[in-house]
Write a protein that binds this ligand. Structure first.
Ligand code: MN
Length: 204
């Protein structure tokens, strides 16, 4: 089945969003809207790492171009960075059925994310909100990697700005945005490795 619709290839974007919590909005164009999931930790290229992805409301296609500041007090108030963009192709013929089943396999052609991925619906969490919980997982292929792109490539794919730059230029909350740029301390080494190093130092 063709992965194209009448208007061309299907849009894929990730918007890094420093709202009340930092998260990465993962969006896939389908049936004239952007299907959307909020991924708190962002995507991982490591097939062993499953990233929580909370289904959120569909967004209009035009929103895929947005980078800037959402005023505080409005829904999603904070700073939005276009972190990755490109196109996607479903790997299944019947996307509607795959979404209903909660097992969508697809290929990304982004600037940062490439290759084969899956979104799998799971249980638990979000019951009260009525929003489903999924896991975003990289399939094993030549694009799988231990590299943490959220740390190694933190900038906007269209303007090369950090969140703090976008906030500053958009009249937003710069210090709040900057917390979304900060390197996560726990990412540098797995905690087990840190413990081992500490132990070794204690012995030394
Ligand atoms: Mn968001």
């Amino acid at each position: 089945m063709s992965a194209k619709n009448e208007s061309g290839p299907l849009v894929y974007v990730i918007q890094k969003h420093r709202a009340s919590q930092l998260h990465y909005d993962f969006r896939l164009e389908w049936n004239g809207v952007l299907l959307s999931w909020a991924v708190p930790k962002g995507p991982s290229l490591d097939p062993q790492i499953k990233r929580l992805a909370m289904a959120t409301e569909d967004h209009p296609i035009e929103y895929a171009k947005f980078e800037g500041v959402i005023p505080e007090g409005e829904y999603g108030g904070g700073t939005v960075m276009l972190w990755d963009e490109g196109t996607w192709e479903p790997q299944q013929e019947d996307v509607a059925a795959a979404l209903r089943k909660g097992d969508l396999k697809f290929t990304l052609h982004g600037e940062k994310l490439k290759g084969s991925w899956v979104l799998v619906r799971t249980r638990g969490f979000g019951g009260k909100t009525g929003r489903s919980t999924w896991l975003l997982i990289k399939h094993r292929d030549q694009f799988a990697s231990a590299e943490d792109l959220t740390q190694t490539r933190p900038r906007s794919v269209i303007t090369n700005r950090l969140l703090a730059d976008i906030a500053r230029e958009g009249g937003g909350d710069v210090s709040k945005a900057a917390t979304g740029d900060a390197r996560s301390k726990s990412k540098a080494l797995p905690s087990g490795a840190k413990r081992q190093i500490r132990r070794r130092r204690a012995i030394d």
